[in-house]
Write a protein that binds this ligand. Sequence first.
Ligand SMILES: Nc1nc2c(ncn2[C@@H]2O[C@H](COP(=O)(O)OP(=O)(O)OP(=O)(O)O)[C@@H](O)[C@H]2O)c(=O)[nH]1
Ligand SMILES: [Mg+2]
Length: 471
Amino acid sequence: MKSWLPRFSLPQLQLDELMNRTLDRQVKLAVTGLSRSGKTVFITSLVHQLLHGLESTHLPFFQVVSSGRLAGTKLMQQPDMHIPSFRYDIAIEKLGSDPPTWPQPTTGISEIRLAIRYQTNNPLLKHVSPVNTLYVDIIDYPGEWLLDLPLLEWTYEQWSTHIASACQKEPRLSLSKEWRGFLNTLDLGEPFTDAAVRQAAELYTHFLMSCKDRKYGLSLLQPGRFTMPGDLKGAPLLEFCPLVNLSGGSFKDNSLFAEMKRRYESYKEHVVKKFYLEHFVSFDRQIVLADVLRTFNTGSATFVDMREAINLVLNSFHYGKSGLLNKLLYGLKIDKLLFAATKADHVTPNQLPNLERFLQQMLTSSQNNATFEGVQTETLALASVKCTQAAYTTFQGQRISCIKGVPLDADKPVALFPGEVPVEIPLPEDWVEGRFNFMEFKPPRLANIHGRGLPHIRLDRALEFLLGDKF
Ligand SMILES: Nc1nc2c(ncn2[C@@H]2O[C@H](COP(=O)(O)OP(=O)(O)OP(=O)(O)O)[C@@H](O)[C@H]2O)c(=O)[nH]1
Ligand SMILES: [Mg+2]
């Protein structure tokens, strides 16, 4: 009998991968979001729910669990050896320590694989193979990397003009002063020196980092790798910057201008395109996390900047005919996209619908453009690890809904009313100081971290949307 397998021999691991993909037994779930949006905690909780949350009451909206069909979950060796491992072990140890602490910030891409055994619902498969395995590869990567997509379309001159105009407004105007001052001392037409290029790049990176600082909380910072370098930290590929003092004219090949332009093109080719071709193209499902509440505390400028950044991030999922990625990549596969507002335990439970409406409002510019052709999308407010309890207090004789939790910088729980989430985006003059007080909390102390899944808000709904149809 003739074998249907190709004659050349693939290593067994690759062959298994191929079989799993063909039989729809494998899914690559990508998790992204801007810095501190909650990616690491989300993945840790998701893995923990699947390893320990088998009670139907804990994940009521995740049908494979609530219907009692989940047979068990195991951590497996990840398939892509060139990608760093997602350190679930370290993160869960921190959350389970006494006192519990949050996992450390991460700066690059990482991956973890789960094997989920389940009883099939499919009437045809039930008799042939009643118990099946779904391999889920979860990939964590910085949303900042997706901010680089527009660079692929922009020339160096266009990018420089763009940054120059952003630096005309506060707080960028003041924060970029030192870097712009240094550029003014350089002659763009003169032969370049490595030292000058390096110093300009360092000052520019410093400017981006101060924009990102908690005080200003700006998000739209390009190139994305300058604030989130991953494995490129200190690499010469990141030694360039835009020139805000361009005045036209032609430049010789050995000029500072020509060198900056070459390095910019090299970044696009070897960093931006490479990420899309090497990783992005293989994702099946995507969740984009956003810490919307953080912007309320900082003010209108931070909010506007984050909204622009998130909408820019979402351009990477624009697959329509005019989509830029269509020209670069073929056969993109993402068919489900979830936008989630994280840390929903920072608001009182009755505010969850407002938080979801607010997130939808933030995304309207992307959604109106029929952007996500052929991609099923959903919005959700969730907390990967619920750190607060709903409580009530009386104020001037009225019963007020509030939350109770241990603030990050305290040891005892406090009850507080963090403010109402507006359903409409406030006008700039309505962002008055003190209107919102969404504070950070310590993770909850649990009697037995391995007993049951971590407490959460709506993580089961996220799981059902992202994976439910695979079981
Ligand atoms: N209350 C609460 N806080 C959360 C939750 N998830 C994340 N946080 C807070 O947000 C911080 C950042 O979460 P991470 O998961 O590390 O965020 P990240 O997106 O991986 O951050 P980077 O690795 O720095 O990009 C944590 O240290 C917590 O303070 C949550 O579900 N509830
Ligand atoms: Mg992280």
